[in-house]
Write a protein that binds this ligand. Structure first.
Ligand SMILES: [Zn+2]
Ligand SMILES: [Zn+2]
Length: 271
């Protein structure tokens, strides 16, 4: 009769291949069913759960109260969904994953592979990506897929911003006394500069205001200095940014991101 050591599960044995060893699976059709977008794996987590799926996911063994085997996974799902709800991704791109992106040509396939590399190797990533090309080539979709996958896999704080009139108007409102967000400029800028991962969508449509250019340059520069990972999408060839902020924006982008074109057309302008 000896003391029987508690079996320690190796991480790779804890969860099954069905859930990609994560213990969490997507819930397709969750919107129609009014369910949650992520669920504990039905093969390796749910069968062992004996807590009735009720928070705080404890079980009473009669002698003591212990964590249910599902607890870690359910708490992680709650955390991921919380992050996702504040990440700012457009409704139409929410909870998209690689299966939703159809690579129609070689460039699209290269882009998908690059996106997959980032998701698989994070946080050991040297550069982000600057996706550029015609509208409708899936740049935003692919960026949102990366965002979703990183949040789901790593529970990191990711953010999505679309560079538009609305974006700048909201930022400008933080300078206007009496507006609901008055005085929050630095909080918003800090949040975007310090997020673990940021998608800047539709970059380069705003060329008329020095303030707007400077705001974007400051954001990109702050992320560069903090060595934060950024994905940018644009309808414009990055060569056309040569004039923006005396070329400082383009040079920062090139240092931070790999440039990838997503379009059948060839309109390179001597990069
Ligand atoms: Zn599983
Ligand atoms: Zn349980």
């Amino acid at each position: 009769m000896g003391f029987k050591p508690k079996k320690v599960e190796k991480p790779e044995e804890k969860f099954c291949p069905y859930c990609d060893r994560r213990g969490i699976v997507y819930n397709p059709g969750f919107e129609l069913m009014i369910e949650r977008p992520l669920l504990p794996c039905p093969k390796c987590v749910e069968p062992k759960c004996t807590c009735d799926k009720k928070s705080p996911y404890y079980i009473n063994s009669g002698r003591e109260i212990i964590d249910c085997t599902c607890r870690e996974v359910r708490i992680k799902i709650d955390k991921i969904i919380g992050i996702y709800d504040r990440c700012g991704v457009d409704r139409k791109f929410r909870w998209k994953h690689f299966g939703d992106y159809e690579a129609v040509d070689k460039k699209a396939n290269d882009a998908k592979n690059a996106a997959y590399d980032i998701v698989s190797n994070f946080p050991n990533i040297r550069k982000g990506i600057f996706f550029w090309g015609n509208p409708g080539t899936g740049k935003t979709l692919l960026s949102c897929i990366i965002l979703t996958e990183l949040i789901v896999r790593h529970a990191i704080e990711g953010r999505f911003i679309k560079i538009s009139r609305t974006f700048f108007s909201r930022l400008k409102a933080t300078f206007i006394e009496g507006s609901a967000t008055y005085g929050q400029t630095s909080r918003i800028e800090k949040d975007l500069a310090e997020a673990d991962f940021l998608v800047i969508d539709d970059f380069g449509v705003q060329r008329d205001s020095a303030w707007e250019q400077e705001t974007l340059y400051n954001l990109i520069d702050a992320r560069y200095e903090a060595e934060k990972f950024t994905i940018i999408t644009s309808n414009s060839n990055p060569a056309s940014f040569k004039e923006l902020s005396e070329g400082r924006i383009l040079s920062r982008i090139k240092e931070m991101c790999r440039l990838m074109e997503l379009s059948g057309k060839d309109y390179r302008e001597g990069l």
